[in-house]
Design a protein around this ligand. Structure first.
Ligand SMILES: Cc1cc2nc3c(=O)[nH]c(=O)nc-3n(C[C@H](O)[C@H](O)[C@H](O)COP(=O)(O)OP(=O)(O)OC[C@H]3O[C@@H](n4cnc5c(N)ncnc54)[C@H](O)[C@@H]3O)c2cc1C
Ligand code: SF4
Ligand code: SF4
Ligand code: SF4
Length: 499
């Protein structure tokens, strides 16, 4: 026990000590009871084992509802989440098995157009120059159809450099791999997204796998991290409609939740979109994908977890590790050791992807025109007197509310987060436009329950009869029977470009 511990008030029992210890260990993580409810209970994958309720003093098992119930103040410690058999919290479950990891980037002066650190291109060059492979399978941009991918068999350093950069769409790379095998290439590096790596892995290892039986080809799998890909036939017309000439775009990149387009790979993006804006162009199959880091590759390479112009690399097999280390030793790659990786960033994204399959059944909040609204405008409601129950909790905020105008969909997206440690039940949300002190277009919704630290999104239409977006002041109010009015604020909305 540390000195600090002896000075502080001691937990009452050994069990309390353990609870306290795990609570500290999980500090700063975003797991919570709200996430347990959202990812596991509401998604319908709770086994009703009752473990969450068994470990936490403020949870009990609700026999009638068949789910855990909060009976006191939740601290958001995440202990319940981390015991649940259905949550995915173990790093190996999130990123797959690997021998070691590196932060890497190219050490070859000619590799200037790499997507991030140019690691994949540099590994291919190393493999060619060391005569370890006869051919590599990559995806290149179709010269006659900008930014459409074509899978290719390449055999030289020059081709590897030409193929560098990411194309964010599905690619039929296995087709080129089979062509290469038919053309008698025997040692092949295969670069692909996790889904394509899975195809090759299955062909190599499953009992009826074509490449398991055909032993003449040796394939090194170089996997790319992948969160989503987009359907070119839907995404590119959208870009073009937005004034983008795809033939002038030299780089596309996804980072920190945004999709950037560049005319100069080393300059500023000419246009950036949030991934949410482009969600509708996402390939539908990616919604069912749970592998961020290409878990079945020999070497996996991505950008998350390392700084600009660098790559996060996981060497998963013996040969994968030897190749990365030898490429570094022979001056093709610069590598930093495993602890240079920002593992929390990788784990966070990997978890988002693992649970995305459950979130397909996302909680939807419907907002409807207020049926009680009388004819004609009404004077703006002033925030009500606080009810006694509210006063007992002082001035603490119940909800954190953020807003974002989606100009394309012409809606105001309002995100509500429960910021107290209690369950908020039957929250009545009312949203209205304020014009010269008068309320117009009041819309309402009822949220049956919002768990501690859980967020929910509501969309409020900003479109008028002429299909134009109307900016101005929008009032957002929230109240519950137990606590009275828990939020009331008027937001001033302005077009994004005027901000
Ligand atoms: C669809 C997609 C989504 C991605 N999402 C993420 C993500 O969410 N987080 C993250 O950290 N990294 C992601 N990546 C990986 C990232 O974009 C880089 O590919 C990776 O960091 C390697 O960088 P590099 O500098 O070594 O690549 P480079 O040295 O430029 O080499 C890239 C190689 O990838 C090949 N390639 C490009 N596009 C494709 C494709 N569609 N299919 C198969 N091969 C292709 C090229 O032919 C080239 O050989 C994604 C990649 C793709 C293709
Ligand atoms: S319900 Fe809240 S306090 Fe209890 S274990 Fe879960 S996160 Fe911690
Ligand atoms: S621990 Fe997980 S699976 Fe078990 S009852 Fe709680 S939410 Fe359900
Ligand atoms: S998200 Fe999954 S299915 Fe979609 S391209 Fe990436 S690896 Fe393939």
């Amino acid at each position: 026990m540390t000195e600090n511990h002896t000075e502080k008030e001691q937990p009452a029992t050994q069990y309390d000590y353990s609870f306290d210890y795990i609570q500290k260990k999980l500090e700063g993580k975003k797991d919570s009871f709200g996430m347990l409810m959202k990812e596991i209970v509401r998604a319908g994958i709770c086994t009703e084992c009752g473990t969450c309720a068994a470990v936490c003093p403020v949870l009990e098992w609700d026999d009638i509802a068949g789910q855990p119930k909060l009976i006191g103040k939740c601290t958001g410690c995440g202990i319940c989440y981390n015991q649940c058999p259905r949550t995915i919290t173990d790093p190996i479950q999130l990123m797959g098995e690997f021998k070691t990891g590196y932060v890497a980037n190219t050490d070859i002066p000619e590799v200037i157009g790499g997507q991030d650190g140019g690691t994949v291109t540099s590994l291919l060059i190393y493999l060619f120059e060391e005569h370890l492979i006869d051919a590599a399978i990559v995806a290149m941009k179709d010269p006659s159809n900008p930014w459409h991918p074509v899978s290719q068999i390449i055999t030289s350093k020059e081709d590897a450099i030409k193929a560098s950069g990411s194309i964010y769409s599905h690619t039929q790379t296995v087709e080129a791999l089979m062509d290469a095998i038919r053309q008698d290439y025997r040692s092949i590096a295969f670069v692909g997204t996790p889904c394509n790596i899975d195809a090759v892995d299955k062909m190599m290892s499953s009992p009826a796998g074509m490449l398991k039986y055909f032993m003449r080809a040796h394939i090194l799998k170089i996997g790319l991290f992948c969160m989503d890909s987009f359907a070119p036939e839907a995404l590119y017309p959208f870009f073009e409609k937005d004034g983008i000439d795809l033939s002038k775009v030299v780089k596309m990149d996804i980072s920190k939740g945004k999709f950037h387009l560049y005319h100069d790979a080393k300059g500023e993006p000419i246009k950036s979109y949030t991934i949410k804006q482009l969600h509708k162009f996402k390939s539908p199959s990616c919604n069912f994908c749970t592998d961020l880091t290409a878990e079945n590759a020999d070497i996996s390479v991505g950008s998350v977890g390392s700084g600009a112009n660098k790559n996060t690399v996981f060497a998963r097999t013996g040969i994968g590790t030897e190749i990365v280390e030898d490429a570094a030793k022979k001056g093709y790659l610069k590598i930093e050791p495993y602890n240079a990786i920002n593992l929390n960033a990788v784990l966070f994204l990997a978890k988002l992807k693992k649970v995305s399959q459950y979130n397909i059944q996302k909680r939807k909040v419907f907002i409807v025109r207020d049926p009680m609204e009388k004819e004609g405008p009404k004077i703006e409601t002033k925030p009500e007197e606080e009810k006694p129950a509210t006063k007992t909790l002082g001035t603490r905020k119940f909800l954190r509310v953020s807003k974002d105008v989606n100009e394309e969909e012409k809606i105001l997206k309002i995100s509500l987060t429960n910021t107290i440690g209690y369950l908020l039940e039957d929250i009545k949300i009312r949203i209205a436009t304020i014009e010269e002190l008068f309320e117009k277009k009041p819309w309402i919704t009822n949220i049956r329950e919002l768990f501690p630290y859980e967020s929910i999104e509501i969309g409020y239409p900003l479109e008028n009869e002429d299909n134009e977006i109307v900016y101005g002041n929008v009032l957002v109010e929230a109240s519950t029977d137990a606590f009275g009015k828990v939020f009331s604020k008027t937001f001033k909305l302005t077009p994004k470009e005027k901000k």
